[in-house]
Design a protein around this ligand. Structure first.
Ligand code: SF4
Length: 400
C-alpha cells in the first residue's frame, strides 16, 4: 500500500505488545497530504541524510528501528511512522538533522517546568514529525509536518549552544515536536550546550526504547514528560501508542537518572478526565514516583482531529489538582488557564507561597539555597541564587 504522496505504508506495532498491523497512511494523513500537494517539491531540498543510531538489519533485509516502541520495519526507501527516519540504501538515516521549524526564546514556565531555574529564558526549537499520532495534537502543524520546507531554519549543535549562551539563556529545550525522533541531533546539541555550561531540556511523550532511553536522558538536565492519560485504551485509540512504555520511562527517569522531571497531563473532556482515572493516575504518581515530582494538569483546546469537544473548564483542572494533592503530591499545578492558586508553588511543610505566578510572570519568590525562606523545608527542583527575570516574552530567533 502506498499513500498518494508516494510514501509506502510501513508495518507498525500497535496495541497489544507483539502485534503488528498495517497502519493506514491514506486515512490518517489526509491533512498532511493536502498540505504537501501545495508544495511537494520543496521536501527533498530541505532534507539531510544523517546516519541514524539504534537500528538493526533483519533476516529479510528490512531495517528495524529500535529507537521507539513502534519498532518500524522498513524496506529500502521506506520511512517510519515518525516520517523522519528512513531506510536509505540499507542504512537508517535521520532526515531532519540540523534543520528546525524555528527557534524562540521562551520562559521556562512555558515548557512547563515550574521548578527548574524559575524565571529563566530557554532557547526552544523543534524539527518535524512525531512518533505518536495524537488525534488532539496541539502542535500538529509541526508534529505532523511532511512538508519539509516548514524546517525553515538550520543550525549546527555548536551554533545553537553559542546562541543560547550569547542571549543569556539558562537552557536549550528540544520541544514543539518530540525530540526522541531526532535524538542524534538533540544529543549532539546537548553535548555542545554542556561544553558552554548551558542546560538542556526535553519536552517529550517518553515513548522510547530502553537502550536509547538511557543515552537520551543522560544528556538531559530536565524533562517534561507527557502522561497523556492513564488507560491503554486512550493511548491506543487517541495516540496510536501504548501507555506501558511511557510509565516505564517515568520510573526510569525518576530512579535511574539525575534528570529533573515534571509531568504534564492534558485533560480532554470526556476522554481522560473522569474522577476515577484522575484518582488512579495521581495515586500511581505518588506511589511510584513519590510526592516531589511536579504534576501539571493543563487545559485542552479543540484542535487537529478533535474539534467536536469543548475546551477543558478551569473547574475540572482545579478538581484534578485537589485529587492530586489529596494523594499526597506536593506540587500539583493547573495550566493553560488563569488560575493563580493553581499556578503558585507552595512549601509542602508550612504551606506558604514560595513562588508566586501570574501566567508566566513571577511575583514573590521565597526560596533560598533550595529551601523555603519561611520554614527551611527543602523545595524539590533545581534553583539558582534567586528567581531569574526573563518574564513573559517569547522572542523568535533566526539562526541562518
Ligand atoms: S523512531 Fe520513528 S522510525 Fe523509529 S520506531 Fe519510532 S516511529 Fe518508527
Amino acid at each position: 500500500m502506498r499513500c498518494a504522496a508516494g510514501w509506502p505504508a510501513v508495518e507498525l506495532k500497535l496495541g497489544t505488545p507483539g502485534r503488528w498491523i498495517d497502519y493506514d497512511y491514506e486515512h490518517e494523513h489526509e491533512h498532511e497530504r493536502e498540505r504537501e500537494d501545495d508544495n511537494g517539491d520543496s521536501m527533498k531540498n530541505a532534507e539531510t541524510s544523517f546516519p541514524a543510531r539504534w537500528w538493526r538489519v533483519q533476516e529479510d533485509g528490512r531495517i528495524e528501528c529500535e529507537l521507539c516502541p513502534r519498532r518500524c520495519r522498513l524496506r529500502e526507501g521506506q520511512r517510519g511512522f515518525c516520517f523522519v527516519r528512513q531506510n536509505e540504501g540499507g542504512r537508517l538515516v535521520l532526515t531532519t538533522y540540523g534543520r528546525s521549524s524555528g527557534f524562540c526564546i521562551d520562559p521556562i514556565e512555558k515548557k512547563p517546568l515550574n521548578q527548574f531555574y524559575p524565571g529563566s529564558a530557554v532557547l526552544s526549537f523543534g524539527t518535524a514529525g512525531c512518533n505518536l499520532g495524537c488525534r488532539f495534537c496541539q502542535n500538529w502543524d509541526i508534529s505532523k509536518a511532511r512538508q519539509m520546507d516548514r524546517l525553515a531554519d538550520q543550525a549546527s549543535p555548536e551554533a545553537i549552544a553559542r546562541a543560547a549562551q550569547e542571549r543569556g539563556c539558562r537552557s536549550v529545550a528540544f520541544t514543539y515536536n518530540d525530540p526522541v525522533i531526532f535524538a542524534e541531533y538533540a544529543l549532539d546539541t546537548a553535548a555542545a550546550c554542556h561544553e558552554l555550561g548551558v542546560k538542556t531540556v526535553a519536552v517529550t511523550a517518553g515513548y522510547i526504547e530502553p537502550p536509547a532511553r538511557a543515552e537520551f536522558f543522560a544528556g538531559m538536565d530536565a524533562a517534561n514528560v507527557d502522561l497523556k492519560a492513564f488507560t491503554e485504551e486512550f493511548y491506543k485509540e487517541q495516540c496510536f501508542a501504548e501507555l506501558a512504555p511511557v510509565l516505564e520511562t517515568l520510573e526510569f527517569i525518576h530512579r535511574e537518572t539525575s534528570t529533573w522531571m515534571e509531568i504534564t497531563t492534558l485533560l480532554i473532556p470526556g476522554l481522560n478526565d473522569s474522577e476515577a482515572e484522575l484518582h488512579r493516575l495521581t495515586e500511581w504518581v505518588a506511589e511510584r514516583l513519590g510526592p516531589d515530582v511536579p504534576l501539571h494538569f493543563t487545559a485542552f483546546h479543540p484542535d487537529f482531529k478533535v474539534t467536536e469537544l469543548p475546551p477543558t473548564p478551569a473547574a475540572k483542572l482545579q478538581q484534578a489538582r485537589r485529587i492530586g494533592l489529596g494523594k499526597g503530591l506536593h506540587y500539583v499545578y493547573t495550566g493553560n488557564v488563569h488560575d493563580p492558586e493553581g499556578a503558585n508553588t507552595y512549601c509542602p511543610k508550612c504551606g506558604k507561597v514560595v513562588i508566586e505566578r501570574n501566567w508566566y510572570d513571577l511575583g514573590a519568590y521565597h526560596i533560598r539555597d533550595g529551601k523555603c525562606e519561611f520554614c527551611g523545608q527543602t523545595i524539590a527542583g533545581r534553583f539558582g541564587e534567586g528567581a531569574e527575570s526573563w518574564g513573559t516574552r517569547m522572542t523568535p530567533v533566526r539562526m541562518s
